[in-house]
Write a protein that binds this ligand. Sequence first.
Ligand SMILES: O=P(O)(O)OC[C@H]1O[C@H](OP(=O)(O)OP(=O)(O)O)[C@H](O)[C@@H]1O
Ligand SMILES: Nc1ncnc2[nH]cnc12
Length: 95
Amino acid sequence: MIKERGSLAASCQLLTTLGVDVVECFAVMELKDCKASKKALIVDDLIATGGSLAASCQLLTTLGVDVVECFAVMELKDLNGRQKVPSKVVSLLEF
Ligand SMILES: O=P(O)(O)OC[C@H]1O[C@H](OP(=O)(O)OP(=O)(O)O)[C@H](O)[C@@H]1O
Ligand SMILES: Nc1ncnc2[nH]cnc12
């Protein structure tokens, strides 16, 4: 997930409220690990306006990382956020 430091707990709580069994949370990648020629799957809890995923893609692409796909648990379809995202977008739940 692309998160501010310290906000992972709130994301887990939201998913639990929705009935998702959060088995484990782990931080996979920090910016220092993002190197050119690496591939990335970006996972976030929500795609609303698409601004967060678009900015994340842009940042990683600037670092030379190949963003293969973006995955979001929830997508607010009416906001058309996926149109801003330059990579393939997959979401689990649509509202
Ligand atoms: O598609 P967007 O319009 O960018 O919205 C989606 C983002 O909004 C939420 O984060 P938020 O900014 O609320 O902060 P958080 O990381 O503390 O959850 C959510 O976790 C996504 O990262
Ligand atoms: N439109 C939205 N609804 C709920 N949570 C959000 N977080 C960021 N944008 C949001």
